[in-house]
Design a binder for this molecule. Sequence first.
Ligand code: SAM
Ligand code: SF4
Length: 352
Amino acid sequence: MAVALRCQGAERNDCISRIWKGVLVPQFTDAYARKFYYLRLSVTDVCNFRCTYCLPDGYKPQGTSNKSFLSLDEIRRVTRAFAAAGTEKVRLTGGEPTLRRDFVDIIAAVRENTAIRHIAVTTNGYRLARDVAQWRSAGLSALNVSIDSLDPRQFHAITGQDKFHQVMQGIDAAFAAGFTKVKVNTVLMRDLNHRSLTTFLDWIRCRPIQLRFIELMETGEGGAVFRRYHISGEVIRTQLLQQGWQLQVRTRSDGPAQVFRHPDYQGEIGLIMPYEKDFCASCNRLRVSAMGNLHLCLFGDGGVPLRDLLAADDQMPALQARIAISLGHKKQTHFLHQGNTGITQNLSFIGG
Ligand code: SAM
Ligand code: SF4
């Protein structure tokens, strides 16, 4: 049955992509009128790195040992439900998402949703050099690689893996495979890298890399690391502005970064400052964990189980209804300032 659309222009195109079996699916929206265009989907908790602020003792299975992560069909269904309700960007994360043997198939499954215009991955870069061309062929459109230091020894000390050169080769391979831009995530840490802006700027002067400093966030297991190493991104912002870098305007499915450009540099700098006032006002993203729980906030309490509604295609309306109702409980902001990290023991658990 045809649906009469009252919307026009770009809004009309959005409406058309939200029609499911003749019915217009409402855009996922919360009680504060925030619209959700962006899904971060964790596909595994497992990781092979031991970043000091995330998994300093390496990956350890949580809870029961016979758990299984979302299957390919479940990933297909959950992304279809989000796509039909206005999601236009999906980020695959983890743990280390690229450790999944079916990672290429996962990308292809997400790509089946034509409404999803951007498929991104956040990776430690371990499999990049070997596999990035395959990921691109399967439909991956954007890459975030985590690199906290450009000094190989410090990289090793932070990640527990002597893989700096392998990760760098991976970035070269990404450009060779046709990616025109690569984003690099750098967790800003007092005394470790907060005085290294010049080194990072030299690196991106002639490379189309958006280097994003992420403020270290407190997690349940990371209290001591947080107290020792957290420093505000303001220290970077001040230097950038003094050196003539200019803040750019965000688009609606962008992540949370403030992006700066400078005419002398091919690369860009991003700043992700979750401790800054009003950070949550522009929240446009939701998370689904590798166990199939919807998380309304990285630092929320509990999660809404979706897995019982991912078993068959005809559960889609019920799945969308559960997500839409849950959104009514999304809080206006996180409570990190009060030291409340919710259930997040470390970021590999929900996906950073
Ligand atoms: N393993 C992949 C990786 O490292 O890119 C994906 C998962 S990781 C949890 C996603 C991002 O979260 C990484 O860029 C990582 O540096 C960042 N991250 C992890 N723990 C963090 C914390 N406590 N504060 C800020 N960023 C963190
Ligand atoms: Fe693994 Fe990423 Fe966590 Fe590092 S930040 S331990 S690479 S999940």
